[in-house]
Design a protein around this ligand. Structure first.
Ligand SMILES: C[S@@+](CC[C@H](N)C(=O)[O-])C[C@H]1O[C@@H](n2cnc3c(N)ncnc32)[C@H](O)[C@@H]1O
Length: 256
C-alpha cells in the first residue's frame, strides 16, 4: 500500500482521487446496515446480482440451480467496497479476491465475511497497485469508474486482469440528461437514496466511451443491462436501456 503521504501527492492524471477514497472511508460502516444510509443500495444489489449471476452462468455454461455453480472460477472485484458482491459470489463457490483503496471498507468487508463464515481474500490497495496480478476468470468493477480521475486507465487496468477466455463486468452511470435528473436530483436530493455529493455527474461514463476503451484493450462486449428504480413500488428492475445505471459484460477471446 502506498504511504498516506505519497497518496496525497498523486496527481489528477493518476487513476485514484484521494478525496473519493476518504469519502468512502467515512461511509464504510453503512454498507451492510439495513437501516443505514445505503439501505436502498442493498435493494439495488439484489437486482444487479441477479444480472451478474445470469451473465456469468451464461458465459461459463454453469447451472445456477446446482451446488456451488461457480466452483473453479477465480473472481477479482476491483473497488469491492464492503463486499456486497464478493460475498454472494463466494457463496456460489467462486474463489473471490476483493481489493479496495479504502482501508475502512476492507476492514468492514473482512469482518463481515468472517461473521458469515466465508473465505474471501481482501486486500487494501489501489487499482494502480494490482496490475501485476495473474489473470482472473471474472473481473468485476462496479460503481467505481465514476469515482476516479483517469477513467480510461482504470478500464485498461481492469481489462489487463482478465485472462484469455475470461470476462469483465463493469457497471456505472451514463452521462446523460436523464441520469442527472434521476441519479443526482432524484436519488440524492429528492428520494435521499444516497448521501448528497455521492456522485459528480461529470464523471459519469457514456456506454460507448466504455466500449471504445475496452475494445482498445482487446475485449469484446457480449451482454448489457440497464437498471431502473420505481419509487412507488420501491423495486429495481432490469431493463434493456443503458441510459442511467447500466452494466456491460466483456470477454477476452481465448488465445488460439
Ligand atoms: C461506490 S463504491 C462501490 C463499491 C462496490 N464496487 C459496489 O458496487 O458495491 C466505490 C468504491 O471504489 C473504491 N475506489 C475508488 N477509487 C479506487 C481506486 N483507485 N482503487 C481502488 N478502489 C477505489 C472506493 O473506496 C469505494 O469503496
Amino acid at each position: 500500500m502506498l504511504e498516506k503521504t505519497e497518496k496525497q501527492f498523486l496527481k489528477p492524471d493518476a487513476i485514484t482521487d484521494p478525496n473519493e477514497i476518504a469519502k468512502f472511508d467515512a461511509l464504510a460502516q453503512e454498507w451492510w446496515n439495513p437501516q443505514g444510509k445505503f439501505k436502498r443500495v442493498l435493494a439495488f444489489n439484489e437486482a444487479r446480482l441477479a444480472e451478474i449471476k445470469a451473465g456469468i452462468a451464461q458465459y461459463f455454461a454453469r447451472d445456477l440451480t446446482s451446488d456451488d455453480p461457480f466452483h473453479g472460477l477465480r473472481v477479482l472485484d476491483i473497488g469491492c467496497g464492503a463486499g456486497l458482491l464478493c460475498e454472494p459470489l463466494a457463496k456460489l463457490g467462486a474463489d473471490v479476491t476483493g481489493i479496495d483503496g479504502s482501508e475502512v471498507n476492507i476492514h468492514v468487508a473482512t469482518t463481515h465475511s468472517q461473521q458469515e463464515g466465508l473465505k474471501i481474500t481482501y486486500r487494501h490497495c489501489l487499482a494502480e497497485e494490482i496490475a501485476g496480478l495473474d489473470g482472473f476468470d471474472v473481473v468485476l468493477n462496479t460503481e467505481v469508474i465514476e469515482h476516479v480521475y483517469d477513467q480510461e486507465a482504470l478500464a485498461e487496468t481492469c481489462a489487463r486482469l482478465v485472462k484469455p477466455g475470461g470476462i469483465l463486468i463493469m457497471a456505472t452511470l451514463d452521462r446523460s440528461f436523464k441520469s442527472w435528473i434521476i441519479a443526482i436530483v432524484g436519488a440524492e436530493y429528492i428520494l435521499r437514496m444516497l448521501p448528497r455529493g455521492t456522485h459528480d455527474w461529470h464523471f459519469f461514463v457514456k456506454p460507448e466511451e466504455l466500449e471504445t476503451w475496452l475494445n482498445r484493450s482487446g475485449l469484446k462486449k457480449f451482454r448489457h443491462a440497464g437498471f431502473r428504480y420505481n419509487p412507488v413500488t420501491k423495486v429495481w428492475r432490469v431493463i434493456d436501456v443503458p441510459d442511467v445505471n447500466y452494466m456491460q459484460f466483456y470477454h477476452r477471446p481465448s488465445a488460439i
